[in-house]
Write a protein that binds this ligand. Sequence first.
Ligand SMILES: [Cu+2]
Length: 147
Amino acid sequence: MKNITLYIITFTLFLITSAFAETYEVQMLNKLEKDRNVFNPSILHIKSGDTVKWISVDKGHNIAFTKKGVPEGVELYKSKINTDAEYTFNTSGIYAYNCTPHYGLGMIAFVVVDDDLSNFDQVAKIKYPGKSKKLAKELLEQIKNGS
Ligand SMILES: [Cu+2]
């Protein structure tokens, strides 16, 4: 009986949580105004349980979680090039990700789950290549300032 009660509570909580879970879209673009190879938006604030869909608006892009750029215990997710992708974020913290072919060209972005900045220092320590270095600094500054 205890188990059934627990099951019902768990299931109800699951229903409530999934009812409020949201889906966000990020576009993978060749060009946005004067920038090339862009995730739009480049910073997304979401809650755990929410899903992000990456839309392959322009061809030639993918999304890959950046090594050491995710909360502890989270496996690195990587999508195929030229295809839409989606991922449900269940662990709070900062997620850094990049497009595999355009990482050095500055195609990076961040997802912040539950406004949890506890892995900020680790994400800031990553050696972002090429043009990503400057952009990472700018975006992390925005995240730190709560925007
Ligand atoms: Cu790309």
